[in-house]
Design a protein around this ligand. Structure first.
Ligand code: 1HN
Length: 353
């Protein structure tokens, strides 16, 4: 080897480098030094963007869907809320979470199936539909939160006189990112009801539990968290328990562990009273927020979403956000996040700003 050939090359012209990068690319490789800043920003840079869907717009299109497709053909008649910052095929409202609005008409049955994504629902409109999960049936009322954990059989039906509409929250994009999707149809339209209606709520939802309880599941045993009980908890919460960033806020918990309702998603009901002046915060979890009662503004970074009941909004990971109530009645909001996953992986951080 000659001295000349072992010398480092002089700083090369960009034409030379582009030819080199092209050869690297053709061999299925890439230079890390050109990607470092994008790969490792100093704080999270999620692809989901702050966004708002207005209930006035959602509602008409969701009702119209019930004329466009039969539930037997649709399996679930849902309009998905797709974050404009993410590819539509990911069915994603944030990088890890899914949100959709489902309608079920009187007499319809959404057939039984099970899947690995966890789900929870928040009932927005109508009264008297049912959900059966693993043999326990519950009648849905406005504001109820219902769980459908990983791989549990579930079907829905509507034995009432009017349409019932709810928000579906699932961890589909996360499960797909992990290639953990499994799905199975039940051989019949519905699966058998085995337990008394709302038995889990009465057994586990009252700070009591069966003696010798050995179940070690990572999800709540409670099927239905009623709106009435959640509202009452907010109303009677002592002021010493209020949060400087969220006002009055309760978490729907797994009573056996004190932990989140599902292993991948936690859920909250929040009340911000007129005149409450909350501090803004950032959380590394991404959050979906839905107005339930009253009205106000959700500030997300430099955007201001004026919301009314059942508008749905996205707070991306690490976005500065704050609820400002307006009007003379309390602002009530439902939200869910991916914080349980972030915590499990030591990725959860929050800061008041
Ligand atoms: C599902 O099973 C439901 O059970 C709702 O209501 C939305 C979205 C994708 C896959 C399964 C439900 C869903 C879903």
């Amino acid at each position: 080897m000659t001295a000349a050939s072992s010398r480092p090359r002089p700083a090369t012209a960009s034409a030379d480098l582009s030819e080199y990068f092209e050869r690297v690319r053709q061999q299925g490789m890439g230079p890390l030094w050109k990607a470092m800043g994008e790969l490792m920003p100093t704080t999270p840079k999620p692809r989901e963007v702050p966004y708002q869907w207005r209930w006035a717009d959602i509602r008409d299109l969701v009702y119209e869907s019930s004329k466009v497709v039969r539930v037997e053909d649709a399996v679930r008649r849902v309009l998905m809320l797709l974050n404009p910052g993410l590819p539509p095929e990911q069915a994603a409202v944030t990088q890890t979470l899914y949100a959709g609005i489902q309608i079920i008409l009187p007499g319809e049955v959404a057939p039984a199936h099970r899947h690995t994504p966890n789900a929870l629902r928040f009932v927005m409109e109508g009264e008297g539909a049912f959900t059966t999960v693993e043999g326990e049936k519950t009648i849905l009322r406005k504001g109820d939160v219902v769980t459908t954990p990983n791989w549990t059989w579930h079907d829905h039906g509507n034995e009432s006189k009017g349409p019932v509409v709810w928000l579906d929250a699932l961890d589909i994009p996360l499960v797909n990112a992990l290639s953990g999707m499994f799905y199975e149809d039940y051989p019949q339209k519905t699966h058998p009801v085995r337990d008394a209606a709302n038995s889990s709520q009465r057994t586990y939802g009252r700070a009591l539990r069966p003696t010798g309880e050995t179940r070690a599941s990572n999800y709540s045993p409670i099927l239905n968290y009623t709106y009435a009980s959640a509202r009452e908890a907010l109303e009677s919460m002592p002021s010493t328990a209020w949060s400087p960033t969220e006002g009055r806020v309760i978490e729907y918990i797994n009573p056996l562990t004190g932990g989140p309702i599902l292993p991948t998603m936690d859920a909250f009901l929040q009340q911000v009273d007129p005149g409450m002046d909350l501090k803004a915060c950032r959380q590394s979890a991404s959050r979906i927020v839905m107005g339930v009662e009253g009205e106000g503004t959700l500030e997300v970074e430099d955007q201001r979403f004026r919301w009314k009941p059942f508008d749905v909004m996205v707070v991306p990971a690490w976005a500065k956000h704050r609820v400002v109530p307006s009007g003379r009645t309390p602002a009530i909001l439902f939200s869910y996040t991916n914080a349980p996953v972030m915590r499990a992986l030591s990725l959860y951080r929050e800061t008041v700003v």
